[in-house]
Design a protein around this ligand. Structure first.
Ligand code: ZN
Length: 325
C-alpha cells in the first residue's frame, strides 16, 4: 500500500511538473501550441483500426460482404461526425460497376467557409485483398496497415476538422474502393471532377509503423513533383515532427496509390507513409494485423498531417500543380 501511495505522489509530482513545463513551452513557442492543441484521440484511433482490420471484415475485398461491413462502419462515422454528401449523391456512396462487380467509394464532405468551391481531398483506400483461397491457419488478409491505417486517418481528420469548424476550403473525405485491383475507385472518382477546382490531394497509406527515416517522421511520395511537401515541412517546423521525400524512388510509389489518379489530372496529390516497405514482413501478407501497428505512431502521424496541411485547408497556401510528361 505504502509503495503504491509513494508511487502515486511521485506520479502526481511528475504530472504537475510536466504540466508546468508544457505551459512554459506553450508560452515561449507559438508553433508548439499547434501540436498540443491538435486533439486526435488515441483511443478512437485504436477503435477504428481494430474494427476495420478485424477478422469480421474478411479482408475487405471489393464486392464481398466483408467490405460492405467496413463501408457501413465508415458511413456511420461520417454520419456521427456530421459530414454531408458529395455533389449530387444522395448517400455517402458513389456507386459504379467495374468488370461486373458492383462497387463504391465512400465520400463525406465538410463544406468550406470562404472558399467552398476549392476542394482538398483527404483519402485512403478501404479495400484490401480478402481471404486466401486455400491453406491452413490464418487465411484473412486483414490489411491493418494497408490501408485500414489510412482510413483511420481519414476518419480521425474528418472528426478533427468538423470539431474545429474553421476550414476555409471544402474538404472531401474519400475512402476509395478497389485500389488493390488497380486504383479503380480513384480513377472513377477522377473521371467526373473539374480537376482545376481540386487544390490538393492528401492520401494516406501504411501510416502505422516507424519508418526508416526515424521516429516522429513520415515520408511523402512525389516530393519534387509540386511544392506540396515543402508547404508541409514549413508548417511542421518547431513541432518535432519531420517530413522527408520518399526514400524508395525505385519502387515508383507515387504511381502505385490512389494519389496518382488525381495527380495525372494535374492535382498536387501525394501519399504520406511511414512504413519501411522494403523490409516490412507484413506487407500484403495475412500477418498485416492491427496488433503489429503502433497506435502512438499512427496518432502522431495523423496529428502531423493535420498540422502540416493546415495552411492548405485554411486557404493560405496553394501548392503548385503536378505536371506529368
Ligand atoms: Zn495500400
Amino acid at each position: 500500500m505504502k509503495r503504491i501511495s509513494i508511487f502515486l505522489i511521485f506520479s502526481l509530482l511528475i504530472l504537475s511538473c510536466k504540466q508546468y513545463i508544457n505551459a512554459q513551452e506553450t508560452k515561449s513557442k507559438e508553433k508548439k501550441t499547434a501540436t498540443t492543441t491538435v486533439q486526435i484521440n488515441p483511443a478512437t484511433v485504436k477503435k477504428h483500426l481494430f474494427t476495420l482490420a478485424s477478422d469480421e471484415m474478411e479482408g475487405r475485398a471489393t464486392g464481398t460482404p466483408g467490405i460492405e461491413k467496413a463501408a457501413q462502419y465508415i458511413e456511420n462515422e461520417f454520419k456521427r461526425i456530421g459530414l454531408s454528401y458529395y455533389g449530387e449523391l444522395t448517400s455517402y456512396r458513389q456507386n459504379f460497376k467495374h468488370k461486373d462487380i458492383e462497387m463504391f467509394n465512400v465520400i463525406g464532405v465538410l463544406e468550406g467557409k470562404s472558399k467552398k468551391d476549392e476542394f482538398v481531398i483527404v483519402s485512403a483506400h478501404y479495400d484490401h485483398l480478402g481471404v486466401k483461397k486455400e491453406g491452413k491457419g490464418d487465411l484473412i488478409y486483414n490489411g491493418a496497415n494497408d490501408d485500414a491505417s489510412g482510413v483511420v486517418g481519414v476518419l480521425a481528420l474528418a472528426e478533427y476538422y468538423a470539431k474545429k469548424d474553421t476550414n476555409e476550403r471544402t474538404i472531401v473525405f474519400v475512402c476509395f474502393t478497389a485500389e488493390e485491383m488497380g486504383l479503380i475507385g480513384s480513377k472513377y472518382f477522377g473521371k467526373d471532377i473539374d480537376a482545376d477546382t481540386f487544390v490538393a490531394g492528401i492520401n494516406l497509406e501504411l501510416i502505422g509503423k516507424e519508418p526508416k527515416t526515424g521516429p516522429k517522421t513520415a515520408w511523402l511520395t512525389g516530393f519534387d513533383r509540386s511544392n506540396f511537401g515543402k508547404i508541409i515541412q514549413k508548417n511542421l517546423k518547431g513541432t518535432g515532427y519531420k517530413l522527408f521525400p520518399d526514400p524508395y524512388p525505385a519502387f515508383n510509389l507515387f504511381f502505385r496509390s490512389d494519389n496518382a489518379s488525381l495527380a495525372k489530372l494535374g492535382v498536387p496529390s501525394h501519399t504520406f507513409s511511414t512504413t519501411p516497405i522494403d523490409i516490412d514482413p507484413d506487407y500484403h501478407k495475412v500477418t498485416d494485423e492491427a496488433s503489429t501497428l503502433d497506435i502512438g505512431i499512427l496518432t502522431e502521424t495523423i496529428k502531423a498531417v493535420a498540422i502540416g496541411t493546415s495552411s492548405i485547408i485554411n486557404g493560405k497556401d496553394t501548392p503548385t500543380r503536378v505536371v506529368i510528361k
